[in-house]
Write a protein that binds this ligand. Structure first.
Ligand code: ZN
Length: 135
């Protein structure tokens, strides 16, 4: 499988307010999903194949809250869909890129994810997403 953009993550201060723009534009906005492990709640905006995740912190300890405090709302990360995630991580590390997760963690929707440090990606937090094989 060729790598492709899976989703774009946007840090927002107010999920409902942020959702309204996309609803006004006629895009399909999903229900609120809580990801307790990441201390965020999110809504997924369907933009064809590529999704937009609107991410709101649910606690002061959330990485999204730290991001908002430092930079304000805005583009938080870009996620690429890949296969063979462990092999990709080893390959990246061998090539000298700094990965934030040596071992993939569980993402939403049955995915496994790992992040690449912005220092290694032109200042952008990059997420790698492996989706479960369709049955
Ligand atoms: Zn993401």
């Amino acid at each position: 499988m060729r790598a492709m953009i899976d989703h774009i993550g946007i840090a927002v201060a107010d999920l409902e307010e942020a959702s309204r723009l996309y609803q006004t534009l006629g895009l399909e906005v999903g229900e609120v999903e809580v990801v307790a492990s990441e201390q965020v709640q999110l809504r997924v905006v369907r933009g064809g194949e590529t999704l937009i995740e609107l991410l709101e912190a649910t606690s002061g300890e959330s990485a999204i809250q730290h991001f908002l405090a430092k930079r304000g709302p805005g583009l938080h990360h870009i996620a690429l869909r890949v296969s063979h995630l462990e092999a990709r991580l080893r390959q990246l590390q061998a090539a000298g890129y700094q990965v934030l997760d040596q071992i993939p963690r569980l993402g939403r929707d049955g995915t496994r994810v790992a992040f690449i440090h912005p220092r290694s990606a032109s200042g952008v937090l990059l997420e790698l997403v492996e989706r479960p094989e369709p049955k």
